[in-house]
Write a protein that binds this ligand. Structure first.
Ligand code: SF4
Ligand code: ZN
Length: 299
């Protein structure tokens, strides 16, 4: 197969785009998809500072790389979760990557704020990933807000977004359907959330990392019970195989024609939030979810 753009031998075949690309042209394609996402969904205004949530996996490192190559002012934040045999090597690899590539990186240790994940796991009687996710979201947002970042960028890709959308559709969860999208505007102490990789699949992000020599962390977290929405992702992989282009078409059509119908329900369904008595961040009760978990761990 020949590269659609320059006619050289293709290295990456993309049936959904009816194209194959050589390494150089694939990188251009990848950057173009991110540029389109950023422009269409008003993700980053010129000169704005962006905080990138960096887990050390392929999506977040690819995101740092591509946003920086597109000229955006990016800084990474890695949340060290204190998980034995996992958090130290992931953090070391992430720090090494950022150092070698000249990216500013901050590391926040949840153990320093009374929330080392093994202790949280022992204290709560809920699936740990939901709790861990809540803690990470809180600190990513808090760090961005307190350090003057205009936006918080996460590495969610098209497969993540389609699987989430499908799960919301299966439940006809109008509140979530009304707010799902690549950009969530800022509100009070919540900074703008953006997903610049939403037009790129997991395969495309992995190919980008491979071709760019991005040495990302590959092992799964020891507490993970498998990636989220695995079944839904498999379903859509089969659909995509049978009919290339379905994933992006499904998601873009939702954004263009579906989401607006749920926006009102989303506004009505949202809980009234007040400042948490302990940390001051928006909360549905006296204490926010994270401060309640911290109190539970401290007991
Ligand atoms: Fe946290 Fe679960 Fe992810 Fe591990 S797999 S980092 S526990 S959310
Ligand atoms: Zn709080």
């Amino acid at each position: 197969m020949k590269c659609k753009r320059c006619g050289e031998l293709a290295a990456v075949k993309l049936p959904s785009h009816h194209a194959g690309f050589c390494p150089g042209c694939f990188e251009l394609f990848f950057r173009k998809q991110v540029e389109t996402a950023v422009r269409r969904h008003a993700m980053i205004a010129p000169g704005e500072k962006v905080l990138v949530a960096v887990s050390g996996g392929k999506d977040s490192l690819a995101l740092m790389r591509v946003l920086s190559d597109l000229g955006h002012d990016v800084t990474g934040l890695h949340v060290h979760l204190g998980i034995p045999d996992s958090s130290d090597p992931v953090c070391a690899r992430t720090e090494a990557y950022c150092r070698e590539n000249g990216f500013a990186l901050h590391v926040l240790r949840t153990g320093d704020v009374g929330l080392a994940i093994p202790k949280v796991k022992a204290a709560v009687h809920r699936p740990i990933c939901a709790v861990c996710g809540k803690i990470k979201r809180h600190y990513f947002n808090r760090f961005a807000y307190e350090n003057g970042f205009a936006a918080l960028a996460t590495g969610h890709n098209l497969d993540d977004e389609v699987a989430r959308l499908f799960a919301n559709v299966l439940r006809w969860d109008a509140t979530y359907l009304g707010s799902q999208g690549p950009t969530l505007p800022s509100e009070g102490r919540f900074v703008r959330k953006i997903k610049p990789l939403y037009r790129l699949t997991e395969f495309e992000t992995a190919a980008y990392c491979f071709l760019k020599g991005i040495d990302h962390w590959k092992a799964a977290c020891p507490y993970s019970g498998g990636a989220s929405f695995t079944g839904h992702k498999k379903l859509f992989a089969d659909l995509e195989h049978a009919s290339p282009g379905q994933k992006i078409a499904f998601y873009e059509a939702f954004l263009a024609k579906g989401r607006e119908h749920f926006a009102e329900t989303n506004r009505e369904g949202r809980q009234q939030l007040t400042p948490c008595a302990s940390c001051g961040y928006p909360s549905s009760g006296e204490l926010c979810g994270v401060c309640r978990i911290r109190a539970l761990v401290a007991k």
